[in-house]
Design a protein around this ligand. Structure first.
Ligand code: C5P
Length: 397
């Protein structure tokens, strides 16, 4: 059953778009709410009015529709669903998804979402078998995109073979299995995120720059794959994802305590930008400047949470993932950091200001283990998170 589930349904421009209307009806019969999005090409095959009537919802059509942007921004729309279904997924939509394009509403939503995505490809058999489409299919699968179909059969174009969109009943089965039986079902995963604030006095603090965007996207992606996520976060700019256990902390020592309390877990992902030092004897009153003497701040080292958990003999998670934000010699520095801390993987990135990664929507990471160094392309933080969640699911399987 899909009762209470919210589905964002992207309808691409193919002859199978007419079957998506049946899909809407069946999804609603199972208790799901369907928000439809039509590509421009889809409007050649189905009318916004009929789709809207079947879904009993507004149809979203164009990225630059300012009324829609005022009601619900595209980022919000992409995140409000539990699952995004693309049916039919044309060769062109698949190529745009694989390439990370975002030049209309549908592709922008697909790039911005942090929720699982299920595609139902539909195209001519030669287009399906073309090396480019197969290459895109491999990329999409590696990015954690779920695929249902296509089926074999007679096609509208008169040819026979794989390329027919899966029947609505099969798409619903696939949707249920993505939503209810993710590969991380039953796994308990801890994620730390955001900065920590180390007080100097009640109004001043030391902190690292961190929006919490990547940590939040990772928690969301792990949860979308069925994990039971415990999210320990410092004071971040980005709100924690819905539907997971959140523990709010302020300082590194509080974060260490919350992490210890959350153990045992199957995996721990340390995405927080923990302050290395705290102020010795922080004042409980606001310090005054007197124009003569400067405050004599002495620093103490904070606990290294990642190293502590990585080096535990009891209770060590099966997989410990750390992050390394570097500005030079990224691979060499991150490799040394992985060894020094004792974690299994380090997700390294170059946070030099010119990369725009810090506080931005995208990330370009290198995942380093004791056997491998994988350089991932520049992706949205949501996609980087989905890819990392899929890799974790594979490692735990
Ligand atoms: O040593 P550095 O801060 O560069 O290491 C980064 C990694 O270590 C991140 O995964 C971060 O979450 C973790 N870390 C930690 N506790 C600290 C410092 C860093 O868990 N005190």
């Amino acid at each position: 059953m899909l009762s209470g589930k919210k589905i964002l349904l992207v309808i691409g421009g193919g002859i199978a778009a007419f079957k998506s209307q049946d899909l809407i009806r069946r999804l609603r019969e199972r208790g799901a709410t369907v928000t439809p999005v039509l590509t421009k090409a889809a409007e050649e095959f189905v009318t916004p009015l009929s789709v809207s009537a079947l879904a009993a919802q507004k149809v979203y059509r164009d990225l630059f529709d300012l009324t829609d942007e005022a009601e619900m921004g595209h980022i919000e729309l992409s995140r409000a669903a539990n699952l995004v279904i693309v049916a039919p997924a044309t060769a062109d939509l698949m190529a745009k998804m694989a390439g990370g394009h975002a030049n209309d509403l549908a592709t922008t939503l697909l790039l911005a979402t942090d929720k699982p995505v299920l595609i139902a490809p539909s195209m001519n058999v030669r287009m399906w078998e073309h090396a480019a489409t197969q290459r895109n299919l491999t990329t999409l699968s590696e990015d954690g995109i779920h695929v249902v179909g296509p089926d074999n059969g007679d096609m509208a174009c008169g040819e026979y073979g794989p390329g027919r969109m899966a029947e609505p009943a099969s798409i619903i089965d696939a949707a249920e299995s993505v939503l209810l039986n993710g590969p991380l079902k039953g796994k308990r995963i801890l994620v730390t995120s955001g900065p920590t604030h180390e007080p100097i006095d009640p109004v001043r603090y030391i902190a690292n720059r961190s929006s919490g965007a990547q940590g939040s996207a990772i928690a969301s992606a792990l949860s979308a794959l069925g994990a039971n996520v415990i999210f320990v976060t410092g004071p971040a700019d980005v709100a924690p994802p819905d539907g997971i256990e959140v523990v709010q902390v302020e300082t590194a020592r509080q974060m260490m305590e919350a992490v210890s309390y959350a153990l045992p877990v199957d995996t721990a992902v340390f995405a927080a930008a923990v302050a290395d030092w705290r102020v010795k004897g922080a004042s409980d009153k606001k310090m005054k400047k007197d124009g003569q003497t400067l405050p004599d701040l002495q620093l103490l080292e904070n606990p290294d949470i990642l190293a502590t958990v990585s080096q535990m003999t009891d209770n060590r998670p099966k997989l410990v993932v750390g992050f390394a934000a570097e500005t030079d010699d990224v691979i060499a520095n991150a490799t040394k950091k992985r060894e020094r801390k004792g974690c299994d993987w380090i997700v390294a990135n170059d946070v030099s200001p010119e990369t725009g990664i810090m506080g931005g929507d995208e990330n370009a990471v290198i995942v380093i283990s004791d056997t491998d160094t994988e350089t991932w392309p520049r992706l949205s933080k949501a996609q980087t998170a989905m890819r990392l969640a899929s890799k974790i699911a594979e490692a735990l399987s």
